[in-house]
Write a protein that binds this ligand. Structure first.
Ligand code: RB5
Length: 151
């Protein structure tokens, strides 16, 4: 897969770890910045990653900010983006298996590199189950999105 990776200054301390983990797992990285730890705005990077996924320039995305909250909130505003905020490995694979998450978000002020590695590995290994009940629920998410667009 091609994995788009983005972070703000709060997420920057974990960006290299994430990129190395993605590559070690056999995937390609689309590095969308930030490229240093100078203060920046997480919505800009969440949008870059979400756009890459929307445009199919990447199969999935990973966004890192200080808490992961702002980046996930921003990415989830984007059509077709389902970003899971995960600081544990169970959520990291279940968000793909059940919710068809296409973006992983977490915070570099919340977890350290060892946990981040395991979370990224769990996210990358996971596949959407395609089970009927999960398809129905994901379709309901898309219906909410559509209603918002129609309003
Ligand atoms: C930046 O200071 C911080 O607010 C940001 O990285 C993130 O944690 C927002 O949710």
């Amino acid at each position: 897969m091609i994995i788009a990776v983005g972070c703000d200054h709060g997420g920057f301390p974990l960006k290299d770890t994430v990129i190395e983990t993605v590559r070690k797992a056999g995937h390609d990285v689309l590095d969308l910045g930030a490229f240093d730890d100078s203060p920046t705005d997480y919505p800009d990077y969440a949008e870059k990653v979400g756009r890459a996924v929307q445009r199919k320039e990447a199969d999935r995305g990973i966004i890192i900010c200080g808490s992961g909250v702002g980046a996930s909130v921003a990415a989830n505003k984007m059509r077709g983006i389902r970003a899971g905020l995960c600081h544990d490995t169970y959520s990291a694979h279940q968000c793909v298996e059940h919710d068809d998450a296409n973006v992983l978000a977490f915070g570099a002020r919340i977890i350290g590199p060892e946990v981040a590695v395991e979370i990224v590995q769990a996210f990358l290994r996971a596949e959407f189950s395609g089970e009927k009940r999960h398809l129905r629920r994901v379709a309901k998410i898309a219906a909410i999105e559509q209603k918002e667009l129609d309003n």
